[in-house]
Design a protein around this ligand. Structure first.
Ligand SMILES: Cc1ncc(COP(=O)(O)O)c(C=O)c1O
Length: 426
């Protein structure tokens, strides 16, 4: 048999500069030493240097709970909770806890997913199927403001829907009129974000969802960020615009536990107002020799540790624990905002009310300032139209505010021309 393009001989792979499969094993000590050596080149999130991707609390007790819960379920498989009933129970409890956090009604149903993108993929799938079954739609589209996470466009791509991106108003929130001009008889889902990632602002969820309800179209409130921020800000007495199932037009919500829920990666929940709709998310196949194959996630074999870590941390922190973390986080955010605004030319973009913000410069090229910050080991996100820097602030940043602001002040005064305008997600 001759090697195919996908299965080149190892000699070919070596010549192409690829890593050959190791002929002999190495000692665990040598392998781990190399692993940790390589890791030194990564973003230093433990010193508060990253402003998304990782959401550290900076608390040893929280990290211990997460590590122990993850380790306890490292080898199990969440595919089949009949073999691991503890996983089935913990998952059901996590779904109920998160649903209650976002005020889901008693008839609601929810699914555990690997992250915001999978939650959104499921929401779009369910909406496509509801559109087909309930309204006879065969050419479905979804409509979202351009600030919505790319996961919606990705879901449309995967699932064969048309994606319609609409404009923002001056404050970077959805232009409601423009959005509804793009809605037609084939629209199966309308989207708003609380928060939107680019500027950390909240779309007018109340207006969007009530107009969606009038049109008879499902409405997804994307609270991948906000679900573990806004409820605790409310408990601290902040006036928060409505964003959850208390609004009758909100039909589904994505809630990431692995962002401001502080759980290690692989944990999100998609909640539907009506548990009946969940049936569209379930793949049920009963003509396979080993028996019926039925589950509600993209993956078959599925990591068990995110379920265990979510259950453990929600139980460990509880409402009071999360609220206290939020109190500190908002104080850190206040110090950072004030520090940023005190620097010449820097200005916040939009009206962000939680631990996220974007800022620009009215005096300098903001990307050249961001480049200097990169050189100093900080990892800031870029936004465009207008150019800005975006930050998702985590509890760990509380210990690094002064250091960050000192470096930012230096970067504002001494910078060259911009080299990198986009630090994307490729
Ligand atoms: C508002 C929003 N929705 C969805 C997502 C996608 O989440 P994930 O990266 O967990 O797939 C993100 C990620 O940052 C987000 O900010």
């Amino acid at each position: 048999m001759s090697p195919s393009a996908n299965h080149p001989e190892s000699g070919d792979r070596e010549r192409a500069g690829r890593t050959p499969f190791p002929a002999r094993g190495a000692s665990a000590a040598a392998v781990m030493a190399e692993l940790f050596e390589r890791k030194t080149a990564d973003a230093d999130w433990q010193r508060g240097r990253t402003f998304n991707l990782v959401y550290p609390t900076g608390r040893a007790d929280v990290d211990r709970v997460l590590t122990e819960a993850n380790n306890a379920y490292l080898f199990e498989n969440a595919l089949n909770p009949t073999r691991f009933p503890s996983l089935g129970t913990m998952q059901a409890e996590v779904l109920e806890m998160v649903s209650s956090l976002v005020n889901a009604p008693s008839r609601a149903g929810a699914g555990f997913t690997a992250g915001g993108t999978e939650s959104i993929l499921m929401s779009v799938l369910v909406s496509r199927e509801r559109g087909r079954v309930e309204r006879g739609i065969t050419q479905p589209n979804i409509v979202f403001p351009s600030s919505a996470h790319p996961a919606f466009a990705k879901a449309a791509y995967y699932l064969g829907l048309e994606a319609r991106s609409t404009s923002l108003n001056d404050g970077f929130t959805a232009d409601v009129d423009d959005l509804f001009e793009h809605v037609d008889a084939n629209t199966v889902l309308i989207v708003g974000s609380a928060y939107g990632f680019p500027h950390g602002v909240i779309d007018p969820i109340e207006e969007l969802s009530s107009r969606a309800l009038e049109r008879g179209v499902p409405f997804h409130s994307d609270t991948c960020i906000g679900s573990f921020v806004l409820p605790f800000m409310e408990r601290l007495g902040y006036e928060i615009p409505p964003f959850d199932f208390r609004l009758p037009g909100v039909t589904q919500m994505s809630c990431d536990i692995h962002k401001y829920g502080y759980v290690t990666k692989g944990a999100s929940v998609i909640v539907y107002r009506d548990a009946e709709w969940l049936t569209h998310q379930v793949f049920d196949y009963d003509v396979w020799p080993p028996g019926r194959y039925r589950n509600a996630s993209v993956a078959g074999a599925r990591a068990a540790s995110p379920v265990a870590a979510s259950w453990a941390l929600l139980r460990y922190l509880g409402e009071d624990g999360y609220t206290e973390i939020m109190r500190g986080l908002l104080e850190t955010t206040r110090r950072l905002r004030e520090g940023v605004c005190a620097l010449p030319g820097l200005a916040i973009l939009g009206d962000s009310i939680g631990p996220l913000m974007s800022f620009t410069s009215t005096r300098d090229d903001i990307f050249s300032i961001a480049d200097v910050m990169d050189e100093r080991g900080w990892h800031l996100n870029r936004v465009h139209n207008p150019s800005g820097v975006q930050m998702m602030i985590a509890p760990i940043h509380g210990a690094h505010v002064e250091e960050f602001l000192a470096d930012l002040a230096g970067a504002v005064e001494h910078h060259g021309t911009a080299r990198s305008t986009m630090v994307g997600y490729t």
